[in-house]
Design a protein. Structure first.
Ligand code: CP3
Length: 353
């Protein structure tokens, strides 16, 4: 719990201190838009190797740090990384995302899932996070992340990404008891994993409930929110000072509900005006995000104007500057560089009256 004046910028803002400018990082800041990443991918074509061989994962995590000095350095990994430790075998296919070889659809399969023992099944996470902390010191904040129960259940049940979520919705609406047991087991495992990441050096943890925006609000209240709360409550019990961020893709209809999750910071996507998001969330909820990742295809002037607009609307407290979702793979690297430079030079006081 370091003395706050020595704590890095993003961590201070995430804890609610007033800072001179919003800290900045980017979701998916390590990845395909960077030439250094594409080069390394040729040497290590398997995503699991890139994310589970500590030296490689450390190098990838640090590529954006070395190029742009963001205020946050996120662990290079994936939300499905802990699943093999529960007995759910998976792979991550080029251009497709996670593949679960034997999707979980029966009571017997749910019963056979293990408790997560991260020391045994995820030892590489400790090596990676410790090295990241060592490397960035107090110059940046190390972020860990986890998938949320609903989103991990969607992969586990569907077996892969989906457009319609037909298989998991079939289970949810015709045999909900099995799904609730799966969600409970996933929530407890995710809480264990988040605590482990914090113990290994993560200073902030973001939970991705990427597919919860596919649920109607009443179904979000049944299948997503209670399990987000279950994770955040368990993590807060042992690690009350670690800021927790929640992301839901397509969250405009459930923004107020996200604020009920126990997250300290709610990620806002570009379907909502930042001023409206602030008004809907209330003054005590911190916000992150809001810029359309497509903004980075625009001119430098355009990018700068959009950054300023978001900062003006977010105000001078509790804002982490970020895109509303991951940076797109064909984004020009120099525009990413410009985004970070502009963000790091701005002064909130000059923009917010
Ligand atoms: O933000 C970061 O820089 C950390 C890295 C990170 C990855 N996945 C690396 C990755 C993070 C935070 C994730 C989380 C993740 N993984 C989410 C939640 C975020 C979101 O997008 O809502 C989801 C839904 C997944 C599942 C997943 N893994 C998808 C949909 C894909 C993309 C498939 C594709 O190729 O477009 C993956 C693979 C993946 N995970 C890539 C990266 C950089 C791309 C594959 C590659 O680089 O070879």
């Amino acid at each position: 719990m370091g003395v706050s004046s020595t704590a890095p910028h993003l961590l201070r803002a995430a804890r609610g201190e007033i800072v001179d400018r919003p800290p900045v990082w980017m979701m998916r800041q390590a990845g395909r838009y960077m030439k250094a990443y594409r080069d390394l991918r040729e040497k290590y074509p398997s995503f699991r190797d890139r994310s589970e061989i500590p030296e490689v994962a450390i190098e990838v995590s640090l590529q954006p740090w070395k190029a742009f000095q963001p205020d946050g350095v996120i662990l290079f990994s994936d939300i499905v990384t802990p699943l093999p430790g529960l007995g759910i075998d998976m792979d991550i296919a080029e251009g497709k995302g996670p593949i679960i070889h034997s999707p979980i659809r029966t009571q017997a399969q749910v019963d056979s899932l293990h408790n997560l023992d991260p020391e045994a099944s995820l030892p590489f996470i400790k090596t990676i996070l410790q090295a990241l902390r060592q490397e960035v010191g107090n110059k940046s904040t190390v972020l860990g992340f986890v998938g949320a129960p609903w989103t991990l259940a969607a992969y586990a049940v569907e077996g892969k990404g989906s457009k319609t979520y037909s298989v998991i919705k079939n289970l949810a609406f015709s045999d909900p008891a099995i799904l609730h047991q799966l969600l409970t087991k996933l929530a407890d495992a995710i809480a264990v994993y988040a605590r482990y990441q914090i113990d290994c050096g993560a200073q902030v943890v973001q939970m991705f409930d990427s597919w919860a925006g596919q649920l109607s609000p009443q179904d979000y209240d049944t299948f997503a929110l209670p399990y987000q709360q279950r994770v955040f409550q368990q993590v807060k019990q042992t690690h009350p000072d670690t800021p927790l961020i929640l992301l839901v893709s397509g969250s405009a209809g459930v923004l107020e509900r996200m604020a009920q999750s126990g997250a300290d910071i709610v990620t806002v996507d570009w379907a909502v005006d930042m001023a409206d998001a602030r008004a809907r969330l209330g003054k005590h909820v911190k916000v992150q995000g809001n810029l359309d990742p497509g903004v980075l295809y625009g001119s430098k002037e355009f990018i700068r104007d959009r950054i300023y607009d978001t900062v003006r609307k977010a105000g001078n407290w509790g804002h982490i500057l970020n895109l509303g979702h991951g940076v797109l793979p064909d984004t020009p690297e120099e525009n990413v560089a410009f985004f970070f430079e502009t963000a790091k030079q701005l002064s909130t006081a000059a923009l917010v009256s």
